[in-house]
Design a protein around this ligand. Structure first.
Ligand code: NAD
Length: 267
């Protein structure tokens, strides 16, 4: 039986993760944590997941979280995820990070942590998005520079980072396949007299509205035709189940930084 701990347990994703662990054979909730002062601290995790009593109370510190689980799953915020990694004492504690919105400097710190601990880090844990990334790589390679690439994403009104981590990852995959550097070819939104579209750029458009869980479309537009590759998430459980699957996979891995294509054997 693998014990999985959840950081950010009271969040939109944290609650789904508790449910996904409970429904997964061979796994159990080892510990759950949220921020100090939250109303859920000290309560049984079932208060958050709506399931049967787990006998596990929500804690507010990393040490208790680490004691409870072989693998910690963290969907919180960049500063919280990095503080978690900084505070862990045992290098054999594996960590699945679902948080998005890391700056370049924060990503560097994440990579440093992966030199001594196994970390799974993906901007999107759905199996469908992971497969979509492979499709994008193939499409970009085959279509080449004659097709303009635009990435359009939509999320709920509470999302705090833009473009989404998934959209950025899609951009990186396409840019790599086309031999471009995303940092120098990305265009984020357009307004006013922009002039004609510069070839070889990759455009990002962001929509924030209502309760949209996560829609992504990558548009390849050439002369006389266009291809749209779209993924739509309709239930957060798809991310939670993927993250739990990833946590179980990570349990037996050595130190290093992994992503969902490793978990699904798509590398
Ligand atoms: P949320 O705001 O609903 O939840 C975040 C939780 O973290 C809250 O309960 C908050 O109290 C808790 N938290 C804050 N500080 C903390 C601390 N010091 N210690 C412990 N917990 C703390 O957000 P959400 O919608 O659940 O999303 C969380 C993150 O996951 C975001 O970055 C989002 O973009 C990302 N996300 C990733 C995927 C994926 O598949 N990778 C899918 C959905 C969301």
């Amino acid at each position: 039986m693998i014990s999985l701990s959840v950081n950010g347990a009271a969040g939109r994703m944290g609650r789904q993760l508790l449910t996904a662990i409970a429904e997964r054979e061979g796994a159990r909730v080892g510990a759950a944590a949220d921020a100090p002062g939250q109303a859920c601290i000290g309560l049984d995790t079932s208060v958050l997941s709506g399931g049967d009593a787990s006998g596990v109370s929500v804690v507010d510190n990393v040490q208790a979280l680490e004691r409870g689980g072989d693998v910690i799953i963290d969907f919180t915020a960049p500063v919280v995820s990095l503080a978690l990694l900084d505070a862990l004492e045992d290098d054999s504690t594996r960590v699945v990070i679902g948080t998005t919105g890391f700056s370049a400097e924060q990503l560097e710190r994440l990579h440093e942590h992966a030199s001594r601990r196994a970390i799974l880090f993906a901007p999107n844990y759905s199996v469908g998005v992971t497969v979509t990334l492979k499709l994008l790589e193939q499409a970009a390679r085959a279509l080449g520079d004659d097709y303009d690439v635009e990435i359009i994403e939509a999320h709920h009104r509470h999302k705090v980072d833009a473009p989404s981590g998934t959209a950025i990852r899609m951009g990186e995959v396409v840019a790599d396949a086309l031999g471009r550097d995303l940092a120098s070819c990305a265009v984020y939104g357009r307004e006013g007299i922009t002039g004609a579209r510069e070839s070889q750029t990759i455009g990002f458009e962001t929509i924030r509205a209502g309760d949209i869980i996560g829609d992504h479309t990558v548009l390849f537009a050439g002369n006389g035709e266009r291809i749209e590759i779209t993924h739509k998430a309709t239930d957060r459980m798809t991310f939670a189940r993927g993250a739990v699957r990833g946590a179980i996979w990570l349990h037996s891995r050595p130190a290093g930084l992994y992503d969902m294509t490793d978990v699904l054997g798509l590398k």
